[in-house]
Design a protein around this ligand. Sequence first.
Ligand code: NAP
Length: 253
Amino acid sequence: MHKTDLSLEGRVALVTGATRGIGAAISQRLAANGACVVGTATTESGAQNIGQNLAGAPMPGVGQVLDVTNPTSVDNLFKEIKAAVGLPSIVVNNAAVTRDGLALRMPEADWAAVIEANLSGVYRVSKSALRGLMKSGQGRIVNISSVVGQSGNPGQINYSAAKAGVLGLTRSLARELGSRQVTVNAVAPGFIDTDMTRALDDGARDRMLEQIPLGRLGAAEEVADAVAFLVSPAAGYITGETLSINGGLHMGG
Ligand code: NAP
């Protein structure tokens, strides 16, 4: 009888933005499935916490400092990973920021900061990972986009543009890397219960819940489950795809 193969034994997985929320849940899940996880934080103390949380995993993971907006920081990260645990065959581009505001009043700096972290950051980390991914013969990239990259959202032209850009990047990269057996997919979470959505006021939260057929926010662990599937051997024939995890908030791609 054939059993679904979700095992990540012998794999090194890089998860950016792993200090909290969705990134922390993804790190824990991939570690539980057998990967040696490298989780990143923007601070030294954050990296240490990640290392402590991953120490008890079947393959103990490590925490590293990374600022995806800084090319030198990305270069240093890959040098350190290579020396510590070997180059990753799984990359989850999760790190992101928000600088919300209506278009009429959005400062150039808020536009640029979000594009730089949420879109250029994905380019930078993915590019640095490519050689290792291609060499592995079973490489996986999963990019964390968002429902607002699919449907748009007032007050988020910068964030939704970056997240829509990530979907285009995902499909192009999937076409470039297919012949090397590297799959590149995206997940598009809806409203997930994390620091990012806790920042919303009660009125905005209630209006949002009314739009969700399943009538609740998602849990970070539910996004982690989808990512764990996409990076697993079981998802070997899925590439260039966007998996929505949104309780039905937005349907049809
Ligand atoms: P979060 O709680 O705000 O955590 C963001 C993570 O990104 C943190 O680990 C943070 O590190 C890291 N980060 C921020 N700027 C960075 C930079 N310049 N370089 C490297 N790392 C950086 O976010 P979340 O809610 O878990 O969201 C995770 C992902 O899911 C994001 O891509 C987000 O856009 C997406 N998403 C979230 C929701 C939602 O409802 N929460 C919905 C759709 C999509 P530090 O802690 O060190 O600052």
